[in-house]
Ligand binder design. Structure first.
Ligand code: ADP
Ligand SMILES: CCCC(=O)OP(=O)(O)O
Length: 356
């Protein structure tokens, strides 16, 4: 049977990851990091569109991959309406929703770029397990005021991929496990997975949770409201303190975890204090999710780029391993998970869902 060639696109807040797969095998991959300084040149997310598309096309060109030989294009999906887990063909409605989304995240650009390249070569484009996969229980949606519902916005693709990988390692199935998955990337999300469903998770974009390399996470809400009406700040100033220029970036001037790790090795005590505070906040939310699972937790899984950093992971392990064994899955399985979605669909083992 002819092998299929798949272009996989994954724009994140601190990187653009690209890969070309032949069936389930990665032929070539690249992760292009974006410093906060580089991204600050763009006044809005939409302005990053040409830049992110160009680096993908340039990389394909440098890698001698002819776009016309691609059979499928798939991207990590962005902030569309809440959906169930699965693979979706990119359609007109999805494009419209992405273009008009009030919430902004780099993953919104992925589907737009994938759609564009697919149109150019006469193929179809897809997304799978976008950041709005919603499996929350009703009780978890209640925030504290009826005007504000808690929302499921998180690294759904990697949460599910790592949880499935862990189940395979343990010689069992994802839908038989009770897991807490903590993705430590540009954003940080911590979810309670109960028998294959993420029944609670922090809104990891601009909602709540631990601070991250570029996000503030939960902030004292009264102080925020007073600042917002003080005439000292624009709406964009306030929003950028929450996403883009919050968290580690605000405290240490960088969104780059590797740079901070080097500073700590060189004896920077302030950097150490901030990183320990981030690990402390992650641990607290893991504790919260343990109560969501009523204390019956099979394992805690740490994943994402920052899970490569032992200062962070050791701190989290020390604070949470009384709950359940902590397993490390540094980096992400997103590229493979996306390619696998296409492979299974191509072979008729996975149905495509329609976005409506
Ligand atoms: N070895 C490492 N040590 C510390 N931080 C790291 C390491 N590798 C990656 N990171 C950090 O992880 C974060 C990015 O994680 P990632 O999961 O790739 O997120 P995103 O998809 O948001 O770009 C960045 O802050 C990056 O600097
Ligand atoms: C919007 C939730 C997903 C997220 O934060 O992804 P990154 O860490 O890649 O920015």
């Amino acid at each position: 049977m002819k092998k299929i060639k798949i272009l996989v696109i994954n724009p994140g807040s601190t990187s653009t990851k690209v890969a070309v797969f032949e069936n389930r095998v990665s032929l070539i991959e690249k992760s292009i990091n974006h410093s906060s300084q580089e991204l600050s040149k763009f006044a809005s997310l939409n302005e990053q569109y040409d830049f992110r598309k160009m680096i993908i096309l340039q990389w394909l060109n440098e890698s001698n991959i002819d776009v016309n030989q691609l059979d499928y294009i798939i991207s990590r999906g962005g902030l569309i309406q809440p959906v169930t887990s699965g693979i979706y063909q990119i359609n007109k409605k999805m494009i419209e929703d992405l273009k008009s989304s009030t919430l902004k995240h780099a993953s919104n650009l992925g589907a737009l770029i994938a759609h564009d390249i697919a149109l150019q070569i006469g193929q179809k484009a897809y997304i799978a397990d976008p950041v709005v996969v919603d499996e929350m229980e009703d009780i978890a949606r209640i925030s504290g005021h009826p005007n504000y519902e808690r929302k499921s916005i998180f690294h759904a693709l990697n949460h599910k991929a790592i949880a499935r990988r862990h189940a395979e390692m343990m010689d069992t199935e994802y839908n038989k496990l009770r897991l807490i998955v903590a993705h430590l990337g540009g954003g940080i999300s911590i979810g309670a997975h109960k028998y294959g469903r993420v029944i609670d998770v922090n809104q990891a974009l601009d909602g709540e949770g631990p601070f991250s390399p570029e996000r503030s996470g939960s902030l004292p809400v009264g102080d925020i409201i007073r600042d917002a009406f003080s005439n000292k700040y624009t709406q964009n100033d306030m929003l950028s303190n929450v996403v883009g220029n919050g968290g580690m970036k605000a405290y240490l001037g960088t969104n780059d975890g590797k740079e901070v790790a080097n500073r700590i090795t060189e004896g920077d005590n302030h950097a150490l204090e901030i990183i320990k505070a981030m690990a402390y906040q992650v641990s607290k939310l893991i504790g919260e999710m343990a109560t969501v699972l009523k204390g019956k937790v099979d394992a805690i899984l740490l994943t994402g780029g920052m899970a490569r950093d032992e200062v962070i992971t050791n701190e989290i392990i020390a604070r949470t391993n009384f709950i359940a064994p902590v397993h490390m899955y540094p980096g992400e399985d997103e590229m493979l998970a996306l390619a696998e979605n296409i492979f299974l669909m191509h072979n008729g083992k996975l149905g495509v869902k329609e976005y409506i």
